[in-house]
Design a protein around this ligand. Structure first.
Ligand code: GLN
Length: 491
């Protein structure tokens, strides 16, 4: 049996039933990483020995649990990967930046702690655009990740390492973060499933802050069922993040049984998302995917989100503004390396000037400008007002429909280097994913076809705040009726 082909849910069940061991599974994953990651570059750090030790320990606990008729942790013995902007105790956390080279956090992010408490084994940290700023993983200071479907193409970003690792069957699942599409867009480019929960559903504790009003921990895996399993574990109130919601976490897996029937579910297709510039094959595949939802009983109608065109400028004011404040802490004093100079200011300048990459510096400058006296009202405050209009667009739409179906990105994976000289072209990859972050609503990305180059295409489902159970139910129904999510790249 090829253990690396198992989905997360399958692996967890087979471990519980004693059909496979954690050691076999973890070894198979590490072996695959060893074999292919030199080319793929999905990982920035690995802990093979520690992971194998934990696997042996998990096997002992699994045996004991079986012997005593107890239920072990839902992920006991399952290997996972974590994006390198999320803290894992004892593993380096570089955020894809030179400025955090050598920094090892002494604590786990809440999401990581919960997965570990459920029995999961972290095998390593995955590549990311520097501080999660980017849509291709090319902004990583440690070199880009390659798309498993075509190594000359980007995996998307910024959680490109996580998406590539899952697509390449190196791990059954991985954590990512989504501030402006960074779980959904790479999931789409790599042909895997990714969920960005509602803002406040999942703790941000231990996520290195980028845009704090937008940042969200998310999960990537190969099936909707797997993302539901992960979300059920990482979601919920956390006293360490005051923006997390008190609402109880539903049993997401419970709604994924029986007939994949979508009768009574109204699906809206936003007129403004099928614009000039969208790759025709993407448009076609998403329309066909919506037809599948209709076949399952969903009622499909057109909706309008009139302020869609402003999401991009609004995001690229708010996110850099928040980033400029959040990244002020990297001064060479508290974390990572320091460049010394004759006085304190020159030390700051040398450290930040040398160790931040070009995109991060661009955003710090744009954000600082947008927040500065005299410009604050014209830029940041104005962007916040338009953000409200964007949220209200969704509120109005969700008065008429239960879900929205649309593309994840306007194109399939582009070539490495294709957009690096033009930041605006790169930002345009985010047009369909940014609105959900600005509105705080959940988004699910799932494979829905291939273009003529055999590059994956993704459909996105959005719903009102805390509608994850319905999103997952619809996405699961779609995957029960299609096979796109089962396709694997040949490495
Ligand atoms: N491409 C977006 C950006 O560069 C996505 C960021 C994110 O979601 N982390 O800001």
């Amino acid at each position: 049996m090829d253990f690396t082909e198992l989905s997360l849910a399958q692996a967890a069940r087979m471990l519980r039933d004693g059909e496979i061991s954690s050691l076999e599974l973890t070894r198979a994953c590490l072996q695959r990483i060893h074999q292919f990651d030199e080319k793929q570059h999905a990982f920035l750090a690995l802990r093979p020995e520690a992971a194998l030790d934990e696997a042996r320990h998990a096997d002992r606990r699994l045996t004991t649990a079986r012997g005593e008729g107890q239920a072990p942790g839902p992920l006991l013995g399952v290997p996972l990967a974590v994006k390198d902007v999320v803290c894992v105790a004892g593993l380096p956390c570089t955020c894809g930046s030179r400025i955090l080279e050598g920094f090892t956090p002494p604590f786990d992010a809440t999401g990581v702690a919960r997965l570990r408490a459920a029995g999961a084994i972290v095998v390593g940290k995955t590549n990311t655009d520097e501080f999660a700023m980017g849509s291709s993983t090319e902004n990583s200071a440690y070199g880009p990740t390659h798309n498993p479907w075509d190594a000359s193409r980007v995996p998307g970003g910024s959680s490109g390492g996580s998406a590539a690792a899952v697509a390449a069957r190196m791990v059954p699942a991985a954590l990512g973060t989504d501030t402006g599409g960074s779980v959904r867009q790479p999931a789409s480019f790599c042909g895997v499933t990714g969920i960005k929960p509602s803002y406040g559903r999942v703790s941000r504790y231990g996520l290195v802050a980028y845009g704090s009003s937008l940042d969200c921990l998310g999960a990537l895996a190969r099936t909707v069922e797997d993302t539901a399993l992960l979300l059920g574990i990482i979601a919920g109130h956390d006293p360490l993040d005051s923006t997390t919601l008190e609402q109880p976490v539903p049993d997401y897996l419970q709604s994924l049984t029986g007939d994949p029937d979508l009768h009574g579910v109204r699906v809206g297709v936003p007129r403004e998302y099928f614009i000039a510039g969208i790759q025709p094959e993407v448009e076609r595949a998403v329309h066909q995917a919506v037809q599948v939802l209709a076949t399952l009983g969903a009622e499909v109608r057109e909706v309008s989100l009139p302020h869609t065109e402003y999401a991009l400028p609004v995001y690229y004011l708010i996110a850099p503004a928040e980033a400029s404040a959040n990244l002020a802490r990297y001064d060479g004093m508290r974390y990572g390396p320091r460049r010394t100079a004759p006085d304190l200011w020159q030390t700051y300048a040398a450290t930040r000037g040398e160790l931040f990459g070009a995109e991060v510096k661009r955003r710090i400058m744009l954000g600082t400008y947008a927040l500065s006296a005299g410009y604050y009202e014209a830029y940041y405050a104005q962007a916040q007002k338009v953000r409200t209009l964007i949220r209200e667009d969704f509120e109005r739409a969700f008065g008429q429909v239960d879900l929205i179906a649309c593309p994840v990105a306007p194109t399939t994976a582009f070539r490495l280097g294709e957009n690096t000289s033009d930041p605006l072209a790169m930002y345009l990859e985010d047009v369909f994913t940014l609105p959900a972050n600005l509105a705080g609503i959940p988004g699910l990305a799932l494979p829905c076809g291939f273009d003529s180059q055999r590059l994956p295409i993704g459909m996105q489902l959005n719903g009102p705040p805390l509608s994850e159970a319905l999103l997952l139910r619809a996405g699961w129904g779609y995957q029960q009726s299609t096979r796109w999510h089962l396709e694997a790249p040949v490495l």
